[in-house]
Design a protein around this ligand. Structure first.
Ligand SMILES: C[S@@+](CC[C@H](N)C(=O)[O-])C[C@H]1O[C@@H](n2cnc3c(N)ncnc32)[C@H](O)[C@@H]1O
Length: 141
């Protein structure tokens, strides 16, 4: 079983946002900076957890947000928080190691703290397939 399926969202959030860790806040700021600058029409977030940073997506500009995560509970939380937005919220519960991302021509792709947990070369190849020449990719390791 993938270890991420055993981590309750509350435990994850408590650890990541602890002031000695400060990763949730840092990732949020990075994501915010990119969506504010790029103003993407389409966004793909790999390992999206509960939608950290989605509050910065301008739903008057962005038309579709695709979030991918292996943990359904995380996606349920994300859906609860953001399903009232004007963009299409397409949340996909899948193991990115074994399944393909069946979507193309995404303006902005974010992959923050996910490459550590998968075959990173294989994931980068999958990411390349969803990009076109003008796509922007945010990678945080
Ligand atoms: C450290 S968190 C990512 C942090 C998040 N990107 C952010 O900006 O706050 C890693 C996430 O990747 C997900 N994940 C780990 N392995 C995965 C896999 N094989 N397929 C899909 N999601 C995976 C976990 O469930 C978890 O939500």
């Amino acid at each position: 079983m993938n270890p991420w399926l055993k981590v309750p969202y509350e435990d994850y959030e408590r650890h990541m946002s602890d002031e000695d860790v400060c990763q949730l806040q840092t990732l949020n700021l990075i994501f915010k900076t990119h969506v504010k600058n790029l103003k993407p029409k389409s966004v793909l977030v790999l390992g999206c957890t509960g939608g950290n940073g989605f509050e910065h997506i301008n739903d008057e500009i962005t038309e579709i947000v695709v979030g991918v995560d292996i943990n359904k509970d995380y996606l349920d939380r994300c859906r609860k928080l953001y399903s009232n937005k004007n963009y299409i919220l397409d949340l996909r519960c899948m193991d990115i190691s074994t399944e393909d991302i069946l979507i193309q021509n995404i303006d902005f792709i974010s992959c923050a703290l996910l490459l550590e947990y998968v075959d990173n070369q294989a994931l980068l190849s999958k990411i390349k397939k969803v990009m076109d020449k003008s796509s922007k990719l945010n990678i945080v390791i």
